[in-house]
Structures are given as structure tokens and as C-alpha cells.
Design a protein around this ligand. Structure first.
Ligand code: PXP
Length: 260
């Protein structure tokens, strides 16, 4: 299982003070040393963490492949085409969200996605689409020419947290879950896990590369890492959070140990 380390949260800490450190550039060598497969960054339209200069330097300096998550926006797609990272992952983006909340509406945005994918391909950049684990969406992604899909694990992670985290913050954030009994939550978690499994198998059978990510951590990652058709996980928040206590290199090594 390949691990993409999402280093946005290093820039979140820096932007809290609007100063120069911690600098996400300093993570590049550490991720490589710890056995990470790829650097993932999200150049958001609101530039709340990664800045254009970061993206430019990261693509120029990283020895690992760089995966840039980007919105379906002409401005951002043009920047990504200029930067030429190894891969672009198109994600939905809303200004008010704390983080990416769901998968792309691939069917609703088919024609603008097709244009963006063609533009990125013309620039020599592989394209992945960040989608919910649904067959119709996978099929639409395949038809639009994406070579990869990243399955959104947010629902799975939220249900897992609702069942097993002490603070149950996620549960409070999702009113739909607060009224559910433990048995109902367990059933929904099983459904969410199965949906990821079946979707990964379906995408793989179409010849797509399959990644997954969002909300994965040292507790909930095992079931996802066991899905054979998934070859890559992109994980950020939990690794950077753990790095505060043990350092980034060890936090990545520990995550890699969870993926075996
Ligand atoms: N994959 C995608 C497409 C994302 O948008 C994000 C969040 O930026 C992640 C993975 C990583 O999510 P997390 O920070 O919750 O691990």
C-alpha cells in the first residue's frame, strides 16, 4: 500500500501566525526518509494553507511524486498545468467548509470536468477524481478519461468516530448520527465499509487505479488498508497531529506500520 502524505496541515500551523515556519518544504525530505510514496497538497481557491509559492517550490524540490488536489476552477487548473506535478486530483471545494466534505459531482459537472481533464492531460499530468464510493460515479469517471479515482472515506471515518471515539466530536457535527443507536451505527459502518470495498473492486475491474482518503487515522485505517483493490491512501490530519508529539518521521513510520 502506497502512502501519500498530505502536508497541508503544516501550512495551516504556519498560516495561523502568517510567518515562515513551520515550512512545508522541510517535510519533503522527512516524508521520503520515512518511506512515504508521495507528497499530497491541496492548493485551495481561498489559499487558506498552501500558497502558490509553496506549490511551486514543492513541485520543483520534491524527489517524491507530487499530487496536487485542486478544485474544478479555471484559475487553479491553469496553475496546476503550469506547475506540472505528477498528478492532479480534482476535488469539490466550498469556501465555508472546514475540509473537503464529499465527493465530486462527476455526473453533474461532466462537461467542465471533461475539459479540465483534457487540459491536464495535454500538460502531461495524470488525473484522479475524488469521488464518493458509488458505481455510477465510478463509471462516469472512467468515461471522462480519468486514470484514477480516490474514494472518499469521510462517511466511513465519521461513523467510526461516532462509534469508537471518546469525544464523539464527529457525531456532534453530524446530526443524522446522533439519533442512531449503537446497533444502527454499527450497521451503517458495515455498509460504508462494504460500499468502499465494492467500489474499489468495480473501479479496479475497469482498469482504474484506486486510492482512498479523508479522515483516516491510526485506528480506523486497518479495514481500508485491507481492501486489495486500493493501492494508495492519502492521509494528512492524523499524521500531522501525531507528529506534534513524536515528530513527523516517526508519525509516518507508525502509519506505514498500520498499512502492512
Ligand atoms: N484526500 C483528499 C482528496 C483530500 O481532500 C484530503 C483532505 O485534504 C485528504 C485525502 C486527506 O484527508 P485527512 O487530512 O483527513 O487525512
Amino acid at each position: 500500500m502506497k502512502l501519500g502524505v498530505n502536508i497541508d496541515h503544516i501550512a495551516v500551523l504556519r498560516e495561523a501566525r502568517k510567518i515562515n515556519d513551520p515550512d512545508p518544504i522541510d517535510a519533503l525530505g522527512i516524508v521520503a526518509r520515512a518511506g512515504g510514496y508521495q507528497i499530497t497538497i491541496h492548493l485551495r481557491e481561498d489559499r487558506r494553507h498552501i500558497q502558490d509559492e509553496d506549490a511551486t517550490h514543492i513541485v520543483a524540490l520534491s524527489h517524491l511524486p507530487v499530487n496536487i488536489e485542486c478544485a474544478l476552477s479555471d484559475e487553479i487548473i491553469d496553475i496546476v498545468c503550469r506547475l506540472k506535478p505528477h498528478r492532479a486530483t480534482i476535488v469539490p471545494e466550498k469556501r465555508q467548509e472546514v475540509t473537503t466534505e464529499g465527493g465530486l459531482d462527476v455526473i453533474g459537472h461532466a462537461s467542465s470536468l471533461q475539459k479540465a481533464i483534457a487540459k491536464l492531460h495535454q500538460a502531461g499530468i495524470a488525473v484522479s477524481l475524488f469521488i464518493d464510493p458509488e458505481h455510477a460515479v465510478i463509471e462516469a469517471s472512467y468515461r471522462l478519461g480519468a486514470s484514477m479515482v480516490e474514494l472518499h472515506t469521510g462517511t466511513y471515518a465519521n461513523l467510526y468516530a461516532s462509534l469508537y471515539s471518546n469525544l464523539s466530536r464527529t457525531k456532534h457535527a453530524i446530526p443524522a448520527y446522533t439519533s442512531l443507536s449503537r446497533v444502527e451505527l454499527e450497521q451503517k459502518l458495515e455498509e460504508a465499509t462494504n460500499a468502499l470495498h465494492l467500489s474499489a473492486d468495480f473501479a479496479f475491474s475497469l482498469g482504474l487505479e484506486v486510492a482512498a482518503g479523508h479522515g483516516l487515522n491510526y485506528q480506523n485505517v486497518f479495514a481500508i488498508a485491507n481492501i486489495g483493490a486500493i493501492s494508495e491512501l492519502n492521509i494528512g490530519q492524523s499524521i500531522v497531529a501525531r507528529s506534534v508529539f513524536v515528530g513527523l518521521e516517526r508519525a509516518i513510520v507508525e502509519m506505514k506500520q498500520c498499512l502492512i
